[in-house]
Design a protein around this ligand. Structure first.
Ligand SMILES: [Zn+2]
Length: 213
């Protein structure tokens, strides 16, 4: 299994990760404004193989505006944490923030993921960790064997995501950080900024301190 970050060419887009194992998974889709770049990058990495699934770490426009186009192009399954999955199915602007970005989220028939669910790529298994706080249904994906955590906007290299949007909660985010502080994170793939291929565990303590824990 390996993880590649894909550049959509749109500055405010989320990070988009392609996880290539025996099965293949895209994590987050960006706003969709750079869909052609994203789809072409996926094809050039996968060659003849197809994309098996796309997972949204949460329902914000800069992560899921491109979800519908990815599903249409690759015919893959789409997943999200259950509360945010509902917001994506409904294209609920209160939670997707699409109009705040002057953008559009088209409704997608995403399936619910619950805490503890496993996304099995054959040679690697990503466990779903429910991490509400940035949104109600934010999730992280964790591969125990490699120590890779794909963290969405819950955890960045040097901080955490905002909690002042609809559905955000600093109390929930603190609880989620406690959960994350108990796992062995060796690689971090955050929703914005670059990935850290050797994550410093001391950073987690600093971040927890930063948010008053
Ligand atoms: Zn977000």
């Amino acid at each position: 299994m390996y993880i590649r970050r894909i550049d959509s060419g749109i500055p405010f887009d989320s990070s988009i990760y392609l996880v290539v194992g025996e099965r293949t998974m895209l994590v987050d889709a960006g706003s969709g404004l750079g869909h052609r770049n994203v789809a072409d990058a996926i094809r050039s990495i996968l060659g003849e193989r197809n994309l098996d699934m796309v997972v949204a770490t949460h329902c914000h426009y800069d992560h899921v505006g491109g979800l519908a186009a990815i599903v249409e192009e690759f015919g893959c399954e789409a997943y999200a944490g259950e509360l945010d999955a509902q917001s994506i199915r409904d294209a609920d602007d209160r939670y997707t923030l699409a109009s705040a970005f002057d953008g559009v989220v088209r409704p997608v028939d995403v399936r619910d993921l619950k805490d503890g669910d496993v996304l099995d790529l054959g040679d690697s298994r990503f466990r779903v960790i429910s991490t509400p706080g940035h949104t109600r249904g934010s999730i992280c994906l964790y591969d125990e064997a490699s120590g890779a955590l794909i963290s969405g906007d819950t955890l960045f290299e040097t901080g955490v995501g905002r909690t002042d949007f609809a559905g955000g909660s600093m109390t929930d985010l603190r609880r989620s950080l406690t959960v994350l502080s108990n796992i062995d994170i060796r690689e971090l793939y955050p929703g914005h900024g670059k990935e850290c291929e050797s994550y410093d565990p001391a950073m987690m303590a600093r971040i927890m301190n930063l948010v008053g824990m």
